[in-house]
Design a protein around this ligand. Structure first.
Ligand code: GDP
Length: 179
């Protein structure tokens, strides 16, 4: 079969403070450290899944401050990405609005292939008592936008984070198979 190395470029987007870095670090190290610096980075990580070598490149983007359209996404990021993880916090409504805007921006842009997969992630599921975005609302929006959907807690478990990245990898493989 086709066992050559697979490269998956994954772009993380969303408002600030939603847990993009926490998700990335969880996936890379299985750990949650609590505080993350404000640095924009691309991390490379080689994994073996079902006997096949996968090279993950993860772009942990920085949500810009003090600009007119902070939700905008650069063409460079979209051209680079094979798939996108859009993160919001279930206890920050404005971060959910950012995800809604970013989905539309990605779909309108012709920079990324039209069938490139997008996963919407509602993070901080452990903060139930502060929840302002219901699971239902997140799930229904993702459905309407033709995106996969997960609610997770990067702080509490590795498992949910792993599922998100593995699902995106599966979707990326499917889009490649279509070409
Ligand atoms: P980013 O700006 O989107 O990269 O967000 P960070 O990864 O820096 O996380 C922002 C803050 O939220 C940090 O203080 C994290 O410790 C915290 N955080 C991230 N994920 C979770 C989570 O699942 N639950 C809780 N309670 N806090 C989280």
């Amino acid at each position: 079969g086709n066992q050559q190395k697979l490269v998956a470029n994954i772009l993380l987007l969303g408002a600030e403070n939603v847990g993009k870095s926490a998700l990335t670090v969880r996936f890379l190290t299985r750990r949650f450290i609590g505080e993350y610096g404000d640095i924009e980075s691309i991390y490379s990580h080689i994994d073996k899944i079902d006997g096949r070598e996968i090279s993950f490149n993860i772009w942990d983007s920085l949500y810009p401050q003090n600009c007119v359209a902070p939700e905008s996404i650069s063409d460079k990021q979209l051209q680079w990405a094979d798939g996108v993880i859009l993160v919001y916090s279930i206890c920050d409504r404005s971060s959910f609005e950012v995800v809604r805007q970013q989905v539309h921006l990605i779909r309108q842009s012709r920079k990324m292939s039209a069938n490139a997969p997008i996963i919407i992630v509602g993070n901080k599921r452990d903060l139930q008592h502060q929840r302002t975005v219901s699971s239902e609302e997140g799930r229904l929006f993702a459905l309407s936008a033709d995106c996969s959907f997960f609610e997770i807690s990067a702080a509490e478990t590795y498992h949910g984070v792993l599922l998100v990245f593995h699902e995106l990898l599966e979707l990326i493989k499917e889009t490649r198979a279509l070409k």
